[in-house]
Design a protein around this ligand. Structure first.
Ligand SMILES: Nc1ncnc2c1ncn2[C@@H]1O[C@H](COP(=O)(O)OP(=O)(O)OP(=O)(O)O)[C@@H](O)[C@H]1O
Length: 248
């Protein structure tokens, strides 16, 4: 797999704390890559550095052949990095369908691209309805997003991220707060994402990680302690040590 994203020796400090410490990461085209590690390991911070919500103090991030280290989150999103947050970020006063339409607006060509009723329908409204169907929310299209359950908001946020047609989708603990049935639906949904899209997933649920990931990278105290295919990681002593130290 050729590299879509490479992070080289990225470091992020908060005062004297080194939250991410010279981490190298490579996500291939179409790869499903999971980041795991105990609480406080630096997983969300690393995702923030890649998505642009936070800037690296040192190191370099290259996405699709372009150095994006100094770009903000909006520019990175336009370059093809989509993001699902720990707490679903949706517009609560808009309908479910409207949320996806707004999220797809730029990708559909903005004002010029959707400036007639026919183009609006073809390029935005119909794809948005298809995405809602794909994430299991077709029946909720007219519902105001504020009325959705947590699990439904998560589904909506995924539809919104997909509307931007990202080449890399960053997911921060997508299973957090979901019921068993909702987690099952989430796994199916993520497994069915098109292979043109790469995925970088932070998740505590290791069953979900091992079901989805091609590669698993383990962080502990801001450092990368192991990276490999799920079978290697499952039995790696360094990984066991990281988790054992964290619960001590
Ligand atoms: N804005 C911030 N200011 C100060 N310290 C921070 C900030 N964000 C994160 N940290 C610290 O950086 C370290 C890494 O945090 P991070 O949230 O990246 O870990 P994590 O692996 O995602 O943890 P969790 O699994 O609990 O979400 C922690 O010690 C955390 O307290």
């Amino acid at each position: 797999m050729s590299a879509l994203l490479t992070a080289e020796a990225v470091t992020r400090r908060y005062g004297s704390l080194v939250a991410v410490n010279r981490v190298d990461l490579r996500v291939g085209e179409g790869e499903r890559h999971a980041l795991i590690g105990p609480n406080g390991a630096g997983k969300t911070t690393l995702l923030d550095l890649i998505g642009g919500a936070s800037r690296a103090d040192e190191g370099r991030i290259v996405f699709a052949g372009r150095d994006v280290t100094r770009l903000g989150p909006a520019r990175r999103a336009r370059n093809g990095i989509g993001r699902i947050h720990q707490r679903p970020a949706v517009w609560p006063t808009l309908s479910v369908l409207e949320n996806v339409v707004v999220a797809g607006w730029r990708q559909a060509g903005g004002f010029r691209g959707v400036g007639s009723r026919g183009r609006f329908r073809r390029r935005l409204a119909e794809p948005a309805a298809e995405l809602l169907d794909r994430v299991g929310l077709a029946g909720s299209a007219p519902t105001t997003a504020a009325h959705l359950s947590h699990g439904e908001r998560r589904q909506l946020e995924i539809a919104m991220a997909l509307a931007g047609r990202p080449r890399l989708l960053l997911l921060d603990e997508p299973a957090a707060g979901l019921s068993g049935v909702e987690v099952h639906r989430l796994v199916e949904l993520l497994a069915a994402l098109p292979r043109e899209m790469s995925v970088l997933l932070v998740e505590h649920r290791l069953d979900l990680v091992y079901a989805l990931a091609d590669t698993v990278t383990v962080l502990h105290d801001g450092r990368l302690v192991a990276s490999g295919v799920p079978d290697e990681i499952r039995n790696a002593p360094a990984v066991r040590r990281a988790y054992a130290e964290a619960v001590r």
